[in-house]
Design a protein around this ligand. Structure first.
Ligand code: GLO
Ligand code: MG
Ligand code: MG
Length: 412
């Protein structure tokens, strides 16, 4: 094949994306509670070892493009859209009203707001640093984000305290740092109660998001489970307002089974919000789009969430790969990821209603007949053949994933 001329490349990418078929209309996509972050679409591909590969884009473009694709919700960090030095100034109000107008113009809503507490030099020692002035600033930032959230009509507020930890061991007292972190969270909840009362709105759902490593060297709340313990400790003043925003890859990164982490959050009534993406176990935070690495695991995650009626947002917290262009972000990356999510979600419905899985599961729950709970050997005998159904269920899940349950085979 000859080299592809530059002016033919976008056409080629568009034609092959179309040729994949199986895409949903924007009306269908809007039926799901899928939320698009400002930072995902505007990510330029930079990292410690990587120069940016894409040009900057504005929130107006992101909101417009998300809306065209069929997302109903947008979310943002405070400083994705308001430069740090413009926060708390009249510039902030101007930008917030521009955001409101842009959302309304494109029939989108703001689902969530989060404070950036990891990037700016002020957070070099984290949001719960020793300096009382820095901690005062953290409180102002968090309460300001809550106020912006109410202004934009958001329901959720997310906290990813990625800098809550240390690089040099022994330099901080972990118990003290956690107390200070709780103080800021408590201030944000107190402010929320006050603003919500004045505005006649419900308070926001405050969602903690854990990541086991990065960007701090050692992290004080590295997993969703540690955050559950933190929420129910005496440090958190309004535990009923605080829950979790687990991220699929963050759980996988420490070696967990994401489905089991989510199950623990569900059992605690704390699964408020969910960041969706994909990646590899025990590696860094590659934030690949959903389903490209672990589609079978993802199917299982969605079966769990559908079974237990999770109705919070699915937030596309991923990073378009550095090989994807500005054009590719909105023509390939976002729509194909949304479509894989919808397909896996609907497939999870197939799993739940599949007669084979249902009969196998019911039979396992009934257990083998004729055993005596006081006689260990009889228990083993009674269940021996039945237990092969575990593997059969695994096979059936694979069949559903690849469409074999609808007769897909190879003609050999
Ligand atoms: C980084 C996190 C980050 C958070 C965001 C929301 O690894 O996933 O993207 O989700 O800051 O608070
Ligand atoms: Mg996240
Ligand atoms: Mg991540």
């Amino acid at each position: 094949m000859d080299g592809i001329p530059q002016d033919k490349q976008i056409g080629l990418v568009n034609r092959l994306t179309q040729a994949c078929g199986g895409s949903y209309t924007s009306e269908v996509r809007r039926r799901y509670f899928i939320t698009g972050p400002q930072w995902a679409a505007s990510y330029q591909g930079q990292a410690v070892f990587h120069a940016p590969v894409r040009s900057p884009i504005t929130f107006e473009t992101v909101i417009e493009e998300y809306s065209k694709i069929g997302l109903g919700y947008w979310c943002t960090h405070d400083t994705d859209v308001i430069p740090t030095n413009d926060l708390f100034t009249p510039r902030q109000e101007e930008i917030v009203s521009r955001i409101k107008a842009t959302l309304a113009k494109h029939d989108m809503k703001c689902s969530m707001i989060t404070s950036e507490t990891f990037h700016h030099p002020v957070w070099a020692a984290g949001p719960a640093a020793e300096s009382p002035d820095i901690r005062e600033y953290t409180k102002r930032r968090l309460t300001n984000a809550v106020a912006i959230g109410h202004e934009l009509g958001a329901q959720f507020c997310v906290y990813w305290p990625g800098m809550l930890g240390y690089a040099i061991q022994g330099a901080i007292d972990e118990t003290q740092t956690l107390r200070w972190f709780a103080d800021s969270l408590n201030a944000a909840c107190d402010a929320d109660i006050e603003i919500a009362r004045k505005k006649g709105r419900p308070t926001l759902k405050h969602c903690l998001e854990a990541k086991p490593f990065e960007p701090q060297a050692e992290i004080l709340l590295p997993t969703s489970d540690s955050m559950l313990a933190f929420i129910s400790s005496a440090l958190v003043k309004h535990p009923e307002m605080v829950g979790l925003n687990p991220e699929y890859l963050h759980e996988l990164m420490w070696g967990a089974a994401p489905r089991a982490s989510l199950a623990r959050a569900l059992l605690s009534g704390k699964l408020f919000h969910f960041d969706i993406n994909d990646g590899y176990r025990l590696k860094h935070d590659v934030d690949i789009a959903i389903g490209l690495v672990n589609p079978l695991d993802w199917l299982n995650v969605l079966v769990l969430l559908r079974t237990h009626h999770y109705n919070g947002p699915f937030n596309l917290d991923y990073k378009p790969p550095r090989t994807t262009s500005n054009h590719g972000v909105f023509s390939v990356s976002v729509p194909t990821m949304v479509d894989r999510f919808i397909t896996l979600w609907e497939m999870a419905g197939d799993v739940i209603s599949d007669p084979i899985i249902k009969e196998a599961t019911d039979s396992l729950k009934a257990g083998g007949a004729g055993a005596d709970p006081g006689d260990v050997d009889s228990l083993v005998r009674a269940n021996k053949e039945l237990l092969s159904l575990h593997e059969l269920i695994g096979h059936r899940l694979f069949q559903i994933l690849i469409g074999a349950h609808r007769g897909r085979t190879y003609n050999l």
